[in-house]
Design a protein around this ligand. Structure first.
Ligand code: PGA
Length: 247
């Protein structure tokens, strides 16, 4: 059975003191959560989030990781630095990184291999734009992205990866994919994983992301094909985020 995983993606939000307050607020609310709960926070908040969440069921992650281990990479943060401050998870290849900061299938693959090598648990994002969906290219794009990030991975590697299917047109827009579209697309993604990794694909957790909140989460996850969510806007307040966790 695939254990559901609800991960908050705070993007570029919250200072250290806001992070401490958030985690202290979420702790009692999430104490009896049945799913795995993760907060992917800005680099500067990882240490305080991990320290404040210590001994609870709240796991902490970052939102990007360098492909190199150290050296002349101004502005980058390495996997060992993240582990050192308590990160357990890391988001890789979010569409905002792909669209605005030059991430490609190839760099996503390199970051992913580095994260796996360091023992970080990766959440790899894929998703089509509105133009691609309307142009009938969704499957082609997703197959390319999956094959791109999976290049050179072993079955053992793939077992450790969480995939987040996030249609770009649904991110931060309030336009969630219908349950039907989300389920159908996630099934397609799993079929591509099955082509590459056989049976292992059935154990891989595939989240949905894009304007998911406490109101639509139950419907999105009802079929059992979607194994959780990557939550942006609705993860910024404990009382909103807990609604998704409970759903
Ligand atoms: P959203 O963001 O929930 O605000 O749409 C999701 C994401 O970008 O991961």
């Amino acid at each position: 059975m695939r254990r559901r995983i609800i991960a908050g993606n705070w993007k570029m939000n919250k200072t250290v003191s806001e992070t401490r307050d958030f985690v202290n607020g979420l702790k009692p609310l999430a104490a009896d959560a049945e799913c795995e709960v993760v907060l992917c926070v800005p680099f500067t908040d990882v240490a305080i989030a991990a320290e404040t969440a210590k001994g609870t069921n709240i796991h902490v992650g970052a939102q990007n990781v360098a492909w190199a281990e150290s050296g002349a990479f101004t502005g980058e943060i390495s996997a060992s630095m993240l582990k050192d401050v308590g990160a357990e998870f890391v988001i890789i290849g979010h569409s905002e990184r792909r669209a605005m900061f030059g991430d490609t299938d190839a760099t996503v693959n390199k970051r992913l291999k580095t994260a796996l090598g360091a023992g970080l648990k990766p959440i790899v994002c894929i998703g089509e734009t509105l133009d691609e969906r309307e142009g009938g290219k969704t499957e082609e794009v997703l197959a390319r992205q999956v094959k791109g990030f999976a290049e050179g991975l072993t079955k053992e590697d793939m077992e450790k990866v969480v995939v987040a299917y996030e249609p770009v047109w649904a991110i931060g827009t309030g336009k969630t994919a219908t349950t039907e579209v989300a389920v159908e697309t996630v099934k397609f993604v799993r079929s591509v994983l099955a082509e590459l990794f056989g049976e292992v694909a059935n154990g891989v957790r595939i989240q949905y992301g894009g304007s998911m909140n406490g109101n639509n989460a139950t419907a999105l996850m009802a079929s059992g094909d979607i194994d959780g969510g990557l939550i942006g806007g609705a993860s910024l307040k404990p009382e909103e985020f807990i609604k998704v966790i409970k759903a």
